[in-house]
Design a protein around this ligand. Structure first.
Ligand code: AGP
Length: 615
């Protein structure tokens, strides 16, 4: 997600927009830009890097001012972060300028049509296509900016929040939104624009929250018009009074970024699937895989390299790829892989998973694999990150910025991408029936509803957290797909509450860990497996007979385990391969609430960095 800011009024727009962008830096920070209208000219500056870098560049200019302008802080989705791809983007005539938050799914077909009409493109972004589409329509229909924007957006498929200015009409800014947030601050004969209200919180408490499918032609000194994009009909939005404080808003009203990101998971999965899963036609579109499908089909083995939570996603992928696509998989800690002289064949495929795209060990593992001639596929969350540029192909998870050090939505979206690849390959290899294939993609297309439902267990999990928050050790147990989930749950607890925790395959209990069990040792057992239900039931009974405290995660309607567990968290049933999507959420919430109750720094736990760029 990106941040957009705008201002029109009688004050100098530059400081207002610059400070507004700083307030939105949490929404994206790989590049930034501002353009101002001043006396018939547009002054524009943009650059890769954080807003402070842009500010330094502008400070070197003799003057940079105006009474109207727009600004943008970017989280790249199309086109890697560099000066050229930064926003604002201008039309071919250099008269229209736009900032955009969102994804135009049909940008390549629109771009082709515009090129055929003589338009020239200078960036890799979908946003530049949009501003030239608006220009094309404005010229063709000989209409004003507002009408051209309204018509153009009816050709667009995707999500957007935009602000557009036209050098020919310096007394208006046109804004519109569909699928991305946008609000308008109403001042005293001045207007503010923001992706949320933080950019103008100090200037006005009067705000209009545009709804999806709505637009506004914001005019200084004249009546601002509010319309529907679909049919240009007028709307009459309510002006609301702001009551919330700054810190809360940047965290979306949550107390911590981690909790916000846990709750963002349904939307993050939708964003990861956007443009990739065509449920009706049953097509899984992934250019990174499509372009190299022969390599994937010829591979004797897939090796996954990653660290931490990303490594846990890799372990889940091992079960997915072997069970669904019948491809042998090995999962390696990148830090071990890079030094142990692994046997890497040219026909091997290496999949590197990394949220940040900057983890040193994973990067080193990639370089080693490439030096042996293997094909390396990257799964990253940060567009243009080092790993995404080092790998031969890849897929972005589109989870949006993950600020909390403890990874949550990145994990869920990594699993989403890996599942798409496994199911896609199973069809290409002809190892899946069309009935099973349809079941798999249909269940994925609706999994975000089940994630939303699991988030509803939050209060119950919070109560359980209160009961075990003073434990010194915790055991996490799971079987099959839930074994990596047990590891992930243990890591979440360790890294933010500093309570020691271990994840184990449940069957491993009798090979040692059961010696740990006593009344002070809570065991969190992920017991949703239908395949091994009786076995996990006996594992639980073994713990119970040694006075261990059991917290069980079960499918809704479970009859037996919920009778013997001390606490039960019910999650909606789904297919085995998607079970981690529902069983991980309560573990994320459990770790979060325990850490909060212990007064820990949840978003920035001690000794940890969000991205481990050193060995
Ligand atoms: C997960 O909660 C941790 N913050 C950490 O294990 C993280 O997953 C690991 O450092 C890998 O980071 P990456 O995904 O950015 O490569």
């Amino acid at each position: 997600m990106c941040g957009i800011v705008g201002y029109i009024g009688s004050k100098d727009a530059y400081p207002i927009i610059l400070n507004g962008l700083k307030r939105l830096e949490y929404r994206g920070y790989d590049s930034a830009g501002i353009c101002l209208y001043n006396n018939g000219k547009i002054a524009s500056k943009k650059s890769k890097g954080q807003i402070s870098k842009l500010e330094k560049k502008i400070s070197k200019l003799k003057s940079f001012s105006g009474f109207m302008g727009i600004g943008h802080t970017r989280w790249a989705t199309h086109g890697e972060p560099n000066d050229n791809n930064s926003h604002p983007h201008s039309s071919n005539s250099n008269e229209l300028h736009i900032v955009h938050n969102g994804i135009i799914e049909n940008y390549s077909s629109l771009k082709k049509e515009l090129v055929d009409k003589g338009f020239v493109f200078y960036t890799d972004t979908d946003t530049e296509v949009l501003v030239n589409l608006i220009e094309y329509i404005q010229l063709k229909e000989k209409i004003k900016l507002g009408e051209a924007v309204q018509l153009a957006l009816n050709y667009v498929v995707g999500a957007y929040a935009i602000a557009v200015i036209d050098i020919k009409k310096p007394d208006e800014i046109v804004v519109a939104r569909l699928g991305s947030p946008l609000c308008i601050g109403i001042g005293d004969d001045e207007y503010f624009i923001g992706s949320d209200v933080t950019p103008f919180l100090d200037h006005t408490k009067n705000v209009i929250y545009l709804n999806d499918g709505e637009m506004a032609i914001i005019r200084n000194h004249k009546q601002t018009q509010y319309r529907k994009i679909k049919d240009d009909s007028f709307t009459n939005p309510t002006v609301e009074k702001l009551e919330i404080d700054l810190a809360k808003i940047q965290k979306g009203g949550f107390d911590h970024f981690m909790l916000k990101e846990i709750y963002e998971q349904p939307k993050a999965v939708i964003d990861t699937l956007r443009g990739r899963l065509k449920t009706k036609s049953g097509i899984i579109k992934m250019s990174g895989v499509d372009d190299y499908i022969d390599k994937f089909l010829a591979a004797n083995k897939i090796t996954i390299v990653a660290c931490g939570t990303s490594w846990h996603a890799g372990l889940i992928a091992e079960y997915m790829f072997e069970k669904i696509a019948k491809i042998p998989v090995e999962v390696e800690y990148a830090s071990e892989f890079r030094y142990r002289n692994p046997v890497i064949n040219k026909s091997d495929i290496i999949i590197a998973i990394s949220q940040s795209g900057e983890t040193a060990d994973t990067l080193a593992a990639i370089k080693l694999a490439k030096s042996s001639g293997a094909f390396v596929y990257g799964i990253c969350n940060v567009v243009g990150s080092t790993i995404s540029r080092e790998t031969d192909a890849g897929s972005y998870t589109h989870a949006g910025p993950e600020i909390g050090v403890a990874s949550t939505k990145a994990f869920t979206t990594q699993m989403t991408v890996l599942y798409l690849i496994a199911v896609k390959l199973s069809k290409s290899k002809g190892v899946i029936s069309s009935k099973k294939y349809r079941e798999y993609i249909y269940e994925l297309s609706s999994i975000e509803k089940k994630i939303t439902k699991v988030l509803g267990t939050d209060n119950k999990v919070k109560k359980i957290a209160n009961k075990i928050k003073n434990s010194t050790n915790c055991l996490y147990l799971g079987r099959g797909y839930n074994f990596p989930v047990a590891l992930e749950g243990a890591l979440k607890l360790k890294e933010i509450s500093y309570i020691h925790a271990e994840g184990y395959p449940a069957a491993e209990m009798k090979h040692g860990p059961i010696a740990l069990i006593d009344k002070n040792m809570p065991s969190i057992v992920i017991a949703t497996n239908k395949l091994y239900y009786d076995k996990i039931l006996s594992n639980i009974q073994e713990i119970k007979s040694r006075k261990g405290k059991i917290i069980a995660i079960v499918f809704e309607g479970d009859k037996e385990i919920s009778k013997i567990a001390d606490e039960t968290i019910e999650v909606p049933e789904t297919i085995a391969a998607l079970t981690p999507f529902v069983t991980t959420i309560p573990l994320q919430l459990l770790a979060y609430h325990i850490a909060v109750k212990l007064g820990k720094n949840v978003d920035q736990p001690r000794n940890l960095a969000k991205s481990v760029t050193v060995e």
